[in-house]
Design a protein around this ligand. Structure first.
Ligand code: SDX
Length: 424
């Protein structure tokens, strides 16, 4: 029996359908609300508003559940690898061995980035933040691939997926090479995707380079954990930009910019900077907890809290365990990790954080691993973007395949009523 919601305004009753998802989440469908009642809803930050139906990712913030296409994040992080998970998220099913091999070979067809892109990169100062450069270079890819993706053509869409995954990794690492004044590296089609990331980042022409397999495995797991997260700020941005039928590269470029913010993906860099400041000022974590609780202080405990998770972020649990393992295996004894653990214990015992359900999120421990792997701090959010890329692609593809309407929210006007122009 279909459910309905009844809204009563000034004695008038309006019936609205209630839809229920495959995990029993319920939503009042207000798509006809203004037509039947003349009113709209208002929800700054969309804390209570769903923008779409989606089959890609399910998360339960109360229970700390995260699944990609029905598979738990815990299983995928332990048993799968990043390109397999990327295929799953984008195309909906785990690939056979042969299909995955074909997918990886099809990505390799597009790993050469146009030499003219280097001219654009040359225009940036070495001090430019990598996320700003990445957003610009991603948008610039449109200039070299002007034919916009026909989302209704399976081959066209598939090639765009492979092309984006191939080229995004290369230009992401170029942002680091530019900041270091190093020559730019090329993707090596004879080795794997994550190993290529390490080569593209750290291989120098002055000598041989072999990435540590422990680091490759850790990064592969981290990319899986970042691969999608339903309608977060940057993914909603990718959907919004794509809803105007702007191209895939342009939509992802916008997603990179949204992810950059310190309240979102930029938090992993902000966490490290916060922990380093605590360490540099004597390691007094309680002083920073007090700052985070002080309403007159804009400081927030970076890496804590989440719009949806009101319990532990399941990714944070996996990353915290991986941090312990990777640092022990690499023989890294990082005082920052100890400060993070002390901060976590203090916050989880503190009434302010407990009463607001503020737990460590995905960004709290990821920066500690990245640092142990030799990744520079201002590249942390670039790594988040590399991990999130399959999610952005999948959500853009789903939005176009579902022929979602152009995104255009309403508003409630609170400015001046009509007034006459009087020449002064
Ligand atoms: C990501 O959405 C996603 O899925 C994102 C993400 C993904 O995978 O895409 O998971 C990745 O962005 C993780 C979040 C990374 N950001 C941070 O770590 C930055 C620090 N966290 C916060 O700024 C905050 O928790 C947000 C932005 C993450 C969530 O903010 P909300 O949901 O808008 O919550 P809010 O700001 O309304 O906070 C509710 C209360 C407020 O206090 P009161 O007004 O009720 O007294 O909690 C307080 C806030 O002041 N609060 C914090 C806090 N986070 C919330 N107080 C101190 N430190 C914090 N970190």
């Amino acid at each position: 029996m279909s459910k309905i919601a009844i809204l009563e305004i000034d004695g008038n009753k309006f019936e609205l359908p209630v839809i229920v998802g495959s995990e029993n989440e319920a939503a009042v469908d207000i798509s006809k609300l203004r037509d039947i009642s003349g009113v709209i809803t208002l929800d700054p930050g969309y804390k209570n508003s769903g923008s779409c139906k989606s089959e890609i990712t399910f998360l339960d913030g109360e229970l700390g559940i995260l699944r990609y296409r029905g598979y738990s994040i815990e299983e995928l992080a332990e048993k799968s690898h990043f390109l397999e998970v990327s295929y799953l998220i984008i195309f909906g099913e785990l690939p056979s061995v042969e299909r995955l091999e074909q997918f990886e070979n099809d990505i390799r067809k597009f790993t050469l980035v146009s030499e003219e892109m280097k001219i654009i990169l040359d225009g940036f100062p070495r001090t430019a933040h990598p996320m700003g450069v990445l957003s610009a270079l991603t948008s610039a890819l449109t200039a070299f691939n002007p034919k916009s993706v026909d989302a209704d053509n399976e081959k066209d869409m598939y090639d765009a997926v492979c092309k984006t995954i191939a080229k995004f990794l290369v230009i992401a690492t170029w942002t680091y090479r530019k900041s270091m004044g190093y020559p730019l590296n090329y993707y090596d089609n004879t080795i794997g995707y994550v190993e290529n990331f390490m080569n593209l980042m750290f291989k120098l022409p002055t000598g041989p380079y072999t990435a540590n397999p422990i680091i490759i495995d850790a990064l592969d797991k981290l990319f899986i954990l970042h691969a999608d997260h339903e309608q977060n700020c940057s993914t909603s941005t990718v959907r919004m930009v794509g809803s105007s039928h702007a191209g895939l590269f342009a939509s992802i470029s916008a997603g990179v910019s949204a992810l950059w913010g310190p309240l979102h993906g930029g938090a992993n860099q902000a966490v490290l900077e916060m922990l380093e400041e605590i360490h540099a000022t004597g390691g007094d974590a309680d002083k920073y907890l007090a700052k985070a609780k002080d309403k007159n202080d804009p400081f927030r405990l970076m890496g804590f809290g989440h719009r949806v998770y009101k319990n532990f972020d399941p990714r944070a649990k996996i990353i915290k365990k991986a941090a312990d393992e990777v640092l022990a295996t690499l023989g890294v004894n990082d005082p920052i990790l100890e400060i993070a653990k002390k901060l976590e214990v203090s916050a989880l015992e503190d009434e302010y954080f407990k009463s607001r359900n503020l737990y460590p999120n995905v960004d709290f421990y990821s920066g500690i691993i990245y640092r142990a792997l030799g990744i520079p701090t201002d590249m942390f959010t670039v790594l988040f973007a590399i991990g999130r890329l399959p999610g952005w692609i999948a959500q853009w593809k789903e939005m176009r395949e579902n022929k979602e309407p152009i995104g255009r929210p309403r508003q409630i006007y609170t400015g001046y009523p009509l007034r006459e122009y009087v020449k002064s």
